[in-house]
Design a protein around this ligand. Structure first.
Ligand code: AMP
Length: 213
């Protein structure tokens, strides 16, 4: 199964992707996570990408496409994968089609802007194992502490208030047109993100089980 997750930042792509990759036993490939890892490792690519991420902008297509080509060529992608955060522009979507990846399904996660603003503001991340939480909607068992590894949770640099608005703008201008691109191809299903994680998960299951309309 090849599944592409699209939706605004904070719509739950990462959370749903993690649930689905376990269910289908395929890797979840998050371009955002790959880039953050490069930044932490101080690589050349990380240095180039950091200024874009910190301003809430998209990293240039050329950098991202090289990353994804490399990642999809790995052995663990043979039986499928879940793409979280790629493509994010029409150019990236066309490039992916040019790579000839075969059949895929696109899951569009719909969440209203007001909800996104509240979600991103409350998002917390574990700097060690990268599990994500939300202060009210998906809180850790102990406030501020990761359930998985006990590390103190942090706010991602690009989840800071001043960056969130920019990321949402970027979504509307550059990423939202993907909905039309994929629905015209007849490969997209839509699920509505809800406040409660399990309600979103149920909507996602229903959307995927219903198949392409
Ligand atoms: P995410 O974790 O998916 O929200 O991504 C965090 C940041 O990484 C984004 O705001 C972009 O700066 C960058 N990024 C991730 N994926 C892409 C992509 N496909 N194209 C361009 N920039 C990306």
């Amino acid at each position: 199964m090849k599944l592409i997750l699209i939706g605004p930042p904070g719509s739950g792509k990462g959370t749903q992707g993690a649930i689905l990759c376990e269910k289908y036993n395929i890797p979840e490939i998050s371009t955002g996570a790959i880039i953050r890892n490069e930044i932490r490792s101080n690589t050349e690519l990380g240095t180039q990408a950091k200024k874009f991420i910190d301003e809430g902008k998209l990293v240039p297509d050329s950098l991202i496409i090289d990353i994804i080509k490399e990642r999809l060529s790995k052995d663990d992608c043979k039986n499928g994968y879940i793409l979280d955060g790629f493509p994010r522009t029409i150019f990236q979507a066309e490039e992916l089609d040019r790579m000839g990846i075969g059949d895929y399904v696109v899951l569009n996660l719909e969440v209203a802007d007001e909800e996104i603003l509240s979600r991103l503001g409350g998002r917390r991340e574990c700097p060690s194992c990268h599990a994500t939480y939300h202060v009210t909607d998906n809180p850790p068992k102990t406030e501020g502490v990761c359930n998985e590894c006990g590390t103190q949770l942090i706010i991602r640099d690009d989840d800071k208030a001043e960056t969130i608005q920019k990321r949402l703008e970027v979504y509307h201008t550059q990423t939202k047109p993907l909905k039309e691109y994929y629905s015209n191809k007849g490969v997209m299903v839509t699920a509505y993100g809800q406040k409660k994680l399990e309600d979103t998960t149920a909507n996602v299951e229903k959307a995927l089980a219903g198949g392409i309309q």
